[in-house]
Design a binder for this molecule. Structure first.
Ligand code: DGL
Length: 274
């Protein structure tokens, strides 16, 4: 019998979920996915050698993303979460066209922020790549044309998180530079449009002092992952104790290890530089 692509065995329900980001930021999505789906095994890939993605050309981000997707498919992942707003903006259409696996992406929560704003002004902090992207601009035109949007590129914030400088005066100075003009413009919602920024939420709240609500789609991404797996009958049937967590980095493993420790991944954890 000849083997056609259709007859090649697809990953089954006990295969791992793949999650990737340019660096450690996507661990904020890992945290939600693992807490909503505690029985699932997860392989996380941080592209630390190429981080940050935010200012890069689309072709470059597509090439990096493709390389990671191939790696995750070799590891037999049954679904891939693109835990990076920038890679979603620049590469998810390309990935969906070229790889026969389900992808879940992440985009800034402009829609809920715009619908719930009372002041009629919302702030968005994201990378240049995300703010230029088709997905963000279509969502903005469709759901946020009735509000004023203060868009700011968070240049340097990804590096702050990668270098473990969360909670430092350096982080505060940079965040103040971006957020104070938004507060002056009377925003009541601040959309965190980059998965790294979730790790700066406490630093941000110190500046906003309860005046604005932070909007992050992290839980929605985990819920979408669960419902897709459920639809495709791919939810794992093992116990939480038998799952495995693997973390890979294309660069030095230090900041990934430190962040994994910080988010408290428990169980069988493996770390590797590839
Ligand atoms: N975590 C990525 C995102 O959500 C960071 C992008 C970057 O590497 O600049 O956009």
């Amino acid at each position: 019998m000849t083997t056609t692509p259709a007859s090649i065995a697809q990953p089954g329900r006990n295969a791992p979920i793949g999650i990737f980001d340019s660096g450690v930021g996507g661990l904020s999505i890992w945290r939600e996915v693992s807490s909503l789906l505690p029985s699932e095994s997860i392989i996380y890939f941080a592209d630390s050698a190429n981080c940050p993605y935010g200012q890069r050309e689309q072709t470059e981000v597509q090439a990096f993303s493709e390389r990671i997707v191939r790696f995750l498919l070799e590891k037999k992942c049954k679904l891939i979460v693109v835990a990076c707003n920038t890679a979603t903006a620049m590469a998810i259409d390309h990935l969906r066209r070229n790889y026969p696996v389900s992808f879940v992406g992440i985009e800034p929560g402009v829609k809920p922020a715009a619908l719930e704003s009372r002041t009629g002004v919302i702030g968005i902090l994201a990378t240049a790549g995300t703010l230029k992207g088709r997905i963000f601009n279509e969502t903005k035109a469709r759901f946020a044309s009735h509000v004023k949007i203060q868009m700011t590129e968070g240049t340097g914030l990804v590096e702050i998180v990668e270098q473990g400088k969360i909670g430092t005066p350096e982080a505060e100075i940079l965040l103040r530079r971006y957020i104070e003009p938004m507060l002056a413009a009377n925003i009541d919602k601040l959309v965190l449009g980059c998965t790294h920024y979730s790790f700066l939420a406490d630093d941000i709240r110190k500046i906003t002092q309860g005046r604005v609500a932070l909007v992050e789609p992290n839980l929605a991404v985990a819920q979408r992952t669960k419902s897709l797996l459920n639809e495709r009958e791919l939810l794992r049937d093992g116990t939480p104790e038998s799952q495995r967590y693997e973390f890979y980095s294309s660069g030095p493993i230090d900041s990934l290890s430190e962040m994994v420790r910080r988010i408290g991944a428990i169980g069988t954890v493996e770390m590797l530089q590839v």
